[in-house]
Design a protein around this ligand. Structure first.
Ligand code: ZN
Length: 410
């Protein structure tokens, strides 16, 4: 335990300064300087362990035990564990990196026994999981399983107008190689992702580690409201076409619609024109993020927000369009693998659904996949307040190592 604890702390200390902002949050966006530093850290960490590192066609990093990628794709039956190293703007330290650090340490545990693996095992770090730079979440894993068209990916733009193709090229990579990685995905027998919990389920359950059962269906919708700009001091209230009013109605409805159905709905991003204190707004664009335990519930929540937005818009002479921007179906993690993971953990870890998307949810389309969560006492994520104690992280490493042990020699 002591060795694992000091091993964990040493790796965590190495990562701590990379992409850190003065306020303690992290900006770790794909193919930026911070990302390249993280990639260099991944390579150093792997090489120090005699693992063989390769970067796949989609920019994801793999560190192999028991396989030399120079000889081609991994053979059928390979295992992979890991997560991502990128962050949302001002994100926390744990979302992503904990899964990569835990994967390296779990592999250390496994290898300490001295036995050769009966199948290759990789630590993997996926690219742009948060979609913070180019707007598509799970970019690297979606490309790998063929869920994202490479041409569309290349043309994605960041906030400064730089395309993914240019960003990759600038970092010395060939964006022409992007695309489905059938051989690699086909070789994987299982992928296990450890992740910090993004809610308080485990905290309330009094457990350090839990097993994911499913990822809720979720999506993003853009609400476009067009009214008319006017003078805040002279335009009579009854003459206004103020898009802020249907916007406010839609936000309030998102809350009640989700609360009444056990789902989640959030409007966390809004763009107002002209965005002036003394002007009635001309237009409002707002983004709705909604998640629910079932597809039909998700439809109901979004339907209610849409109906109220349209009703209120009509009342105020404003036009209203609700456009679906992305949609992820429910993911049920592989039953057989989940049973094996539960057995490896002595049936002691609670099982829980999650409302957050992950690379594991994307890979689940083509590979048996499982997820472990580590307790986050604040329940806060995508913020500097996201936290897990060192002891719980080490419990996570031990759980992951037991799971890999169950899988690697079977
Ligand atoms: Zn994550």
């Amino acid at each position: 335990m002591t060795d694992l604890l000091s091993g964990f702390r040493a790796m965590w200390t190495e990562l701590a300064p990379i992409g850190r902002r003065p306020d303690g949050g992290y900006d770790r966006f794909a193919w930026t300087g911070a990302d390249l530093e993280l990639r260099a850290w991944f390579r150093r960490t792997a090489t120090a362990r005699d693992l063989v590192v390769e970067q796949d066609r989609n920019g994801n990093l793999w560190a192999w035990w028991g396989h030399d990628p120079a000889g081609g794709a991994p053979p059928a039956g390979a295992l992979a564990t890991g997560s991502h190293l990128d962050s949302v703007p001002g994100g926390g330290a744990y979302d992503g990196p904990l899964g990569v650090v835990a994967a390296f340490l779990a592999l250390d545990e496994l290898r300490a026994g001295g036995a050769a693996p009966s199948r290759p095992v990789a630590v993997v770090g996926f690219t742009e999981e948060e979609g913070a730079r180019f707007g598509v979440a799970c970019l690297g894993s979606k490309l790998s399983v063929g869920a994202l068209d490479p041409g569309r990916a290349c043309a994605l733009l960041d906030a400064t107008g730089t395309s993914l193709a240019d960003a990759m090229h600038g970092a010395g990579n060939d964006p022409g190689a992007l695309g489905r990685d059938e051989e690699r995905m086909g070789g994987l027998a299982a992928f296990v992702e450890l992740h910090v919990e993004q809610g308080r389920f485990l905290s309330d359950a009094g457990a350090a580690v839990g097993i994911a059962t499913e990822i809720w269906p979720h999506g993003r919708w853009r609400i476009c409201l067009e009214g008319e700009a006017n003078h805040a001091g002279t335009a009579r209230l009854e003459d206004r076409r103020d898009p802020m009013l249907p916007f406010a109605a839609a936000v309030a409805t998102a809350r009640t619609a989700a609360a009444g159905r056990g789902g989640l709905a959030t409007v966390g991003r809004v763009a107002v024109r002209p965005n002036a204190t003394n002007a009635v707004a001309a237009s409002v664009e707002a983004w709705l993020d909604a998640r629910a335990p079932a597809e039909v519930t998700l439809e109901e929540i979004v339907g209610e927000v849409r109906a109220e937005g349209e009703r209120s818009a009509a009342e105020h002479g404003v036009s209203c369009r609700v456009v679906e921007e992305s949609r992820s179906a429910a993911v049920a993690f592989d039953e057989e693998l989940r049973a094996r993971v539960a057995r490896a953990l002595g049936d002691a870890a609670p099982e829980m659904p999650t409302g957050a998307g992950h690379d594991a949810g994307v890979l689940a389309q083509v590979v048996p996949t499982s997820m472990l969560f580590v307790r986050n006492p604040t329940g806060v994520s995508h913020s500097p307040d996201e936290h897990a104690s060192d002891e719980d992280c080490v419990d996570g490493v031990r759980a992951l190592s037991r799971v890999l042990e169950e899988l690697v020699w079977q």
